[in-house]
Ligand binder design. Structure first.
Ligand code: ADP
Ligand code: MG
Length: 685
């Protein structure tokens, strides 16, 4: 049998099971081989039954001595199966396994059976229980050796396919696979071992060490294929015909002299990197990463000035109306005195900051806008630079709409979402990366403190003192997502409450249902200091800059993610005042405490991002869907970060050092990727 064998042609696979497999997108032997185990159980020898509870799940084997179905609360049911240790002694305690409202479990388990269970032992009264353990009934068949007395694979659960069946099918497929070595798509020496062996071992390892080596092989080749795709994208985009867009720098000089502050060393370094790119014909594709408030906008202005001086236009795209307006205001303040013509295009507004001498005579040098820049028929006469703020709100496809034209404009993507480096290498892998890793020196400190809701009284006292001292405050109320049904009445009630609490200071309410022009006025009044406290949902999340706002109170902080809390906190600490972020919570769980402690400990966004990953696990791979990259089947971006670096270096060097590797060769690689990694990459190319 060959690896690309279609499962349909194998008559020994029961037809209904074939359908269940197809629902998972599994059609060939290879698809099944890359349906990797989720975990393993060492079934050589089972541990003794526990006498205490533990947070670590364990795998036990025993005989079912009793089953019982109990009803409670009318229609609800609990099914209990008691299992006994094989060589039970006087000290042994039976284990009670319980399933709530799972009709099918009770049909599968009967007294006298041998059962393998996996779960966390819990103390319930005096009994040791497992709630909803995974389980497998041992049958005395000839397949015993596949399921027991070995390190046994456990697969992602699938409807209509038991672990046993999946395991048996994969086992048989592997034994029928021809002995021909399988080619691995990777340079010699990068991955250990041979692919066919690695596939065998990942499913049925002889030892944990063998499993680790096999896994490394498969992870590296998965990462390599991904990085190859990224490298080819990168090579393709820099091979597009481009133009040098860099002026002499006199405008930039004037701008820097007029600034009331010194650039940080990091800003200066990044501007130099951008300047080099602008001066080359090869199109720039650069990501600018910097924590909120690190001064990315000034860097963008520097790039814009160089491009405008060279006679080209710049586009500046922001994710929301509020931010586009804010950028427009900031850029006007700095650029109009230098004679630069600006205009804004959003769904709500079109305006030029200058009066054309003759209608249609003058084009703006800089066009600022939202998505409207993509869809409106904004005509650029000679677009030289595209700046995209807060990239994570735009998808790759949208980015391409603005940047895909010819000749290719230079592109600067800015993001304040700190992400671990491995992820940057992946979702932004086709971009060069500049990092502003330093905050302007004049910044007041941010102190973050988590407080139980019961302390609201003290917190209010503190808040009022800050307002009396002339500061302003954000109060974020717990409507996480604007798409969550906003109960306008509840918001109004919330607002009334805050108005009383903070009387006589002027408060305003801000949320996503307020029409854009009105929202704009509310922000403006806050910016001017007329409004002292802004009661708001997360619409103020990104990029808003009000230096006098030095206090942020976040209600129900437990409902927000770490990254989002960090983003929100970035709205304060923007001026010279010491700032305070107070995280109010009603949740006393250990998880929430651990989460909020991260924010109390550090204000460094990258540290927050790493901690977030460690707490949550990499389960949800932020942004991969938008990046157009396939989901990983085996690699883990935290655990395998070092392998990603190896794969990246190898893939990049193929494109960097082999100038002959133009498109035909490139195509061959794509073809190989598709063939070897099957479905994984097909939708990308
Ligand atoms: P970001 O976009 O990275 O969140 P901004 O560019 O909006 O940050 O800058 C935040 C504030 O800091 C702005 O008011 C800006 O004028 C100011 N700023 C930028 N660079 C410096 C600097 N080097 N020193 C002092 N203030 C700065
Ligand atoms: Mg910004």
């Amino acid at each position: 049998m060959e690896i690309l064998q279609s499962l349909e042609e194998l008559e020994w696979i029961p037809r209904p099971k074939l359908l269940a497999l197809r629902r998972l997108g599994i059609e060939t032997a290879e698809d099944l081989f890359t349906h990797y185990p989720r975990r393993y159980e060492d079934r050589h020898q089972f541990p003794e039954f526990p006498r205490e509870e533990s947070d670590k799940p364990i795998c036990l084997c025993g005989e079912v001595t009793k089953t019982q179905l109990r009803r409670f609360g009318g229609w609800k049911k609990i099914f209990e199966a008691t299992i006994q240790e094989p060589n039970a002694n006087a000290l042994s305690q039976p284990l009670v396994c319980r399933w709530f409202n799972l009709h099918y479990v009770q049909k599968m388990i009967a007294t006298g059976q041998q059962l393998v269970v996996f779960g966390k032992p819990r103390l319930r009264g005096k009994r040791i229980c497992m709630e909803h353990p995974e389980f497998e009934v041992i049958e005395n068949d000839e397949e015993m050796s596949i399921h027991f007395r070995r390190i046994t694979p456990v697969y992602p659960a699938t409807e209509g396919l038991s672990q046993r069946l999946l395991r048996s099918i994969i086992h048989r497929l592997l034994s029928e696979l021809s002995d021909e070595p399988l080619e691995t798509l990777a340079p010699a020496g990068l991955v250990p071992g041979e692919r066919r062996q690695a596939i065998r071992t990942i499913h049925f390892p002889e030892s944990w060490e063998a499993r680790d080596t096999a896994r490394e092989h498969l992870v590296l080749s998965e990462f390599f294929a991904m990085q190859l795709l990224i490298a080819s994208r990168r090579a393709e985009s820099s091979a597009r015909p481009g133009v040098a867009h860099c002026g002499r720098g006199e405008l930039l000089e004037k701008f820097l002299r007029a600034l009331p502050f010194e650039m940080t060393a990091a800003q200066t370094k990044v501007i130099a990197e951008i300047r080099r790119n602008l001066a080359e014909k090869q199109p720039m594709n650069r990501l600018l990463q910097g924590d909120v408030g690190s001064g990315k906008t000034v860097v963008a202005i520097a790039a814009i000035l160089l491009v405008v001086e060279a006679g080209f236009q710049a586009a500046f795209m922001a994710p929301t109306q509020i931010l586009a307006e804010q950028h427009y205001a900031v850029l006007r303040r700095w650029l109009e005195p230098l004679g630069v013509r600006l205009s804004i295009r959003t769904a709500a507004r079109q305006e030029e900051s200058f009066l054309p001498l003759v209608a249609g005579d003058e084009n703006p040098n800089v066009i600022i806008g939202t998505h409207a820049l993509l869809y409106d028929n904004v005509s650029f006469s000679n677009l030289g630079l595209v700046v995209i703020d807060e990239q994570h709100k735009f998808g790759v496809a949208q980015r391409a709409q603005l940047t895909g034209r010819e000749p290719a404009p230079d592109v600067l993507v800015m993001t304040a979402t700190p992400i671990p480096r491995t992820l940057t290498m992946t979702i932004y892998g086709d971009l060069d990366v500049s990092i502003i890793d330093e905050m302007p020196r004049n910044r007041g400190k941010i102190v973050t403190a988590a407080r139980d809701e019961s302390k609201l009284g003290e917190v209010l006292g503190f808040l009022r003192k800050q307002l009396e001292a002339g500061r302003q405050a954000y109060i974020i109320y717990p409507l996480i997502d604007e798409s969550e049904k906003l109960d306008v009445k509840a918001a109004a009630a919330e607002f009334e409450l805050w108005r009383e609490r903070l009387h006589p200071f002027r408060c305003e309410l801000l949320h996503g249902r307020i029409p854009a022009p009105e929202k704009q006025e509310i922000m403006e009044r806050f910016r001017r200091g007329e409004t002292k406290a802004l009661i708001s949902t997360t619409v103020i999340e990104v990029g808003v800059d009000v230096p006098n706002a030095a206090v942020m109170l976040i209600e129900n902080a437990e409902r927000f993610g770490l990254a989002q809390l960090h983003q929100l906190r970035g709205r304060i600490g923007r001026g010279e005042h010491k700032s305070y972020c107070i995280l109010l919570t009603v949740d006393q769980s250990a998880e929430t405490a651990a989460k909020l402690a991260v924010l109390e400990k550090t204000i460094n966004g990258f540290e927050v991002a790493e901690a977030d990953w460690n707490l949550r696990g990499p389960g949800d791979l932020l942004g991969t869907a938008q990046s157009g990259l396939p989901a990983l089947k085996i690699g883990n971006l935290i655990r395998d970060a070092h392998l990603m670096r190896q794969a990246r270096t190898a893939a990049m060097s193929i494109f960097d050092t082999d100038p002959c590797l133009e498109l035909p060769e490139n195509q061959r690689f794509r073809h190989l990727i598709v063939e070897q990694q099957g479905r994984i990459f097909s939708h990308v190319s």
